[in-house]
Ligand binder design. Structure first.
Ligand code: C2E
Ligand code: MG
Ligand code: MG
Ligand code: MG
Length: 289
């Protein structure tokens, strides 16, 4: 009777407090993120990608927040709050512009054949991506295939008809399109076949299991065969071991990204790494003599 009521109320008060403090934290975080954008506390790191002959073929731009007290934060700490608050729109615009600016610096050094991959959030894709990319291309100019936009399956499934149309428009502007974390979502092959897509990014959970989980291996093989059939490129994400790379390469995987080959790094470190790699031309061959 009365006791149960009291207990119930106490429980709900405790719950309420917890909820308030969670909401309060989120609010503070969003305020901090607003300031971070104004104060330019965000930066990009870049992770090189390699083809089956070990040549660099691209790089993915990954956002970081240089927090004044907490140090360098990864997207897991703030991307959701950006998405919920709409801040991901100005942040995403900034990321796109910075990524393109850095691609041009690569191009100046003779590495213009590398792609620049940029992660796109659901809200950004729905709201402003076509416009943002259009503006960038008009303003800065960009050869076909220099910019690759990484979309997730859930982003595409949210609104299939519009997704296809937006992707067509992006392709027409010269941006290529990849599905990120492929294999973790629910998109069907029949659906994918009708989208203007260039590449699948095989999710790291499958790559991690190569050599130890036959089910994951079967999925990897099937994805690779399917991609070949559809004329799509496949890049394996999260490659951490040689046996993973060898296994995937033997089954026709085109490209590789992971700590084994390169960690995400500041742009200057990437340039340094490229400068020392074979095939660089004058500087590279001189360094090898
Ligand atoms: P993602 O696009 O799947 O990026 C790959 C993530 O895997 C990166 O984490 C990268 O550092 C990490 N990674 C790379 N190689 C390895 C490896 O060999 N082993 C392991 N365990 N991990 C590896 P990061 O930088 O923390 O980014 C996490 C996610 O945050 C990204 O996943 C992407 O979905 C999102 N993200 C990153 N930058 C942006 C951005 O500018 N905008 C948006 N909307 N999302 C972003
Ligand atoms: Mg990505
Ligand atoms: Mg991924
Ligand atoms: Mg991922």
């Amino acid at each position: 009777g009365a006791q149960a009521k009291r207990l119930g109320r106490n429980r709900s008060v405790g719950y309420r407090r917890q909820f308030d403090s969670h909401a309060g934290n989120r609010l503070r975080l969003v305020q901090e993120l607003h300031r971070a954008l104004e104060r330019e506390e965000f930066e990009l790191v870049f992770q090189l990608q390699f083809d089956a002959d070990d040549r660099p073929c691209g790089t993915e731009a990954l956002v970081r927040w240089r927090h004044p007290r907490r140090g360098l934060l990864g997207p897991a700490e703030f991307i959701d709050a950006c998405e919920d608050s709409g801040l991901v729109l100005p942040l995403g615009r900034w990321v796109l512009r910075e990524a393109v600016r850095h691609w041009r610096r690569l191009d100046e050094r003779g590495w213009g054949a590398l792609r620049m991959g940029v992660n796109i959030s659901a809200l950004q894709f729905q709201e402003s991506l076509v416009e943002d990319v259009g503006q960038l291309v008009a303003e800065l100019g960009l050869p076909r295939g220099a910019l690759e936009l990484e979309l997730t399956e859930s982003v595409l499934l949210a609104n299939p008809v519009d997704a296809g149309r937006a992707m067509g428009a992006l392709n027409a502007m010269g941006a290529s399109l990849a599905i990120d974390d492929f294999g973790t979502g629910y998109s069907s092959l029949a659906y994918l076949m009708h989208l203007p897509l260039q590449r699948l990014k095989l999710d790291q959970t499958f790559v991690r299991d190569v050599g130890r989980n036959p089910d994951s291996e079967a999925i990897c093989s099937a994805i690779l065969r399917m991609a070949q059939g559809l004329g799509l490129g496949v890049i394996a994400e999260g490659v951490e071991a040689w046996h993973q790379l060898d296994w995937l390469r033997q089954r026709g995987c085109d490209e590789f990204q992971g700590y084994l080959l390169a960690r995400p790094a500041a742009f200057d470190a990437v340039l340094e790494r490229l400068g020392a790699s074979p095939g660089r031309g004058v500087v590279g061959s001189a360094a090898r003599l």
